[in-house]
Design a protein around this ligand. Structure first.
Ligand SMILES: [Zn+2]
Length: 232
């Protein structure tokens, strides 16, 4: 992935040891070592998904459902059960989920592949119904979420728990009937989908996500003002 983007060496630092270049080595730098680098699954999640600005409405709904189910369990457990969730919840098709009735809820309560918690299952269904209303009002769930920041990713500290944005989004979501939308859950969700941008500037993901910006800021000789050293 890094090679494809042409930033092979971004996120890799050269560590000198005792000023003797023979013992120097290179280290891939990632943020969140405490949180995400415990094992390959979490590292892959950090590298490929967490914090990457996400605009796909279905994916955003999926992430919100996972955040909702996370209350009380580890993120790692959810990632391990993710494929089960996808097949149990019709690949997070919002329209299908919004139409789930009591029989489907009972079936989900019998499914050992997911987290069997009736309140959470009912919240996921109720939230899908609200998401359909948001689609009518804003065009998509994505438009709704990104309108809070006028489509910009807002830099935030990784180790924060809530902030003004998550408070505001939480308040608005609750007003609209979205459940499990406390500010802490919303903050974690906004981080995961890159509306709050929390990768450390030294992290390899920071370089990937800003590659486009860097590419746009390339040196353009035609704009060069005269008086440089070529005019000597
Ligand atoms: Zn990172």
């Amino acid at each position: 992935m890094l090679q494809k983007n042409g930033f092979r060496y971004c996120g890799i630092v050269h560590i000198p040891e005792d000023d003797d270049p023979r013992y120097a080595y290179e280290k891939v730098v990632r943020c969140g070592e405490r949180y995400y680098l415990k094992n390959e699954l979490l590292t892959r999640y950090h590298d490929e998904e967490w914090g990457k600005p996400e605009h796909d409405a279905q994916k955003l709904y999926e992430m919100f459902v996972l955040e909702l189910f996370q209350a009380g369990v580890s993120w790692e457990l959810l990632l391990r059960k993710r494929e089960n969730f996808r097949s149990a919840f019709d690949n997070f098709d919002v329209e299908k989920i919004a139409a789930y009735g009591p029989e489907k809820i009972d079936a989900l309560m019998q499914d050992p592949g997911i987290i069997r918690n009736r309140r959470k299952i009912e919240a996921a269904i109720g939230n899908a119904r609200v998401v359909l209303k948001l689609r009518e009002e804003f065009g998509s769930f994505s438009n709704y979420l990104w309108h809070f920041t006028e489509n910009r990713s807002i830099p935030e500290r990784m180790d924060a728990v809530t902030d003004q944005l998550s408070d505001d989004v939480s308040k608005d979501m609750k007003k609209r009937g979205i459940r499990f939308a406390g500010s802490v859950t919303v903050f974690s969700f906004l981080q995961a989908v890159g509306i709050l941008y929390c990768h450390d500037p030294e992290c390899l993901c920071f370089h990937r996500d800003h590659a486009e910006t860097f590419a746009q800021n390339h040196y353009q000789p035609e704009n060069r003002v005269s008086g440089g050293r070529n005019d000597r």
